[in-house]
Write a protein that binds this ligand. Structure first.
Ligand SMILES: [Zn+2]
Length: 116
């Protein structure tokens, strides 16, 4: 009886986690960083070698493609907020997926115990 309660508790915990899942259609991987850029136009005072700081800063979405490959995508200012929200949704989703996996592992253990 007690074990059955534990399984039910875990099911309830899992439902709670599933309910917190963000809309998966909005998620974006990667991280946002800001960077100065050089225009390479001759005589540009912002880009003078060793002195100029370049232009910007601009926002870059840095996405790991695996095997040490990274894709860097410039993000227009007007899209920054949306991209940030999508990155947060991705991170939240990953966290929840891990937690749900843990609950399911725990539940599997309980169910095996019940069969013994
Ligand atoms: Zn320049």
């Amino acid at each position: 009886m007690e074990m059955k309660d534990r399984v039910a508790q875990l099911t309830a915990a899992r439902q709670q986690l599933v309910r917190q899942m963000p809309d998966p259609s909005s998620i974006l991987p990667g991280s946002l960083l800001s960077r100065m850029v050089r225009c390479n136009k001759p005589g540009c005072r912002f880009c003078v070698k060793d002195k100029g700081k370049g232009h910007g800063s601009i926002w870059i979405l840095s996405v790991s493609l695996g095997s040490r490959q990274v894709r860097q995508i410039p993000i227009p200012r007007e899209l920054k907020k949306e991209v940030e929200e999508s990155l947060r949704a991705f991170a939240r989703m990953q966290k929840l997926v891990k937690q749900i996996g843990q609950v399911n592992l725990e539940q599997l253990k309980e169910r095996k115990r019940r069969q013994q």
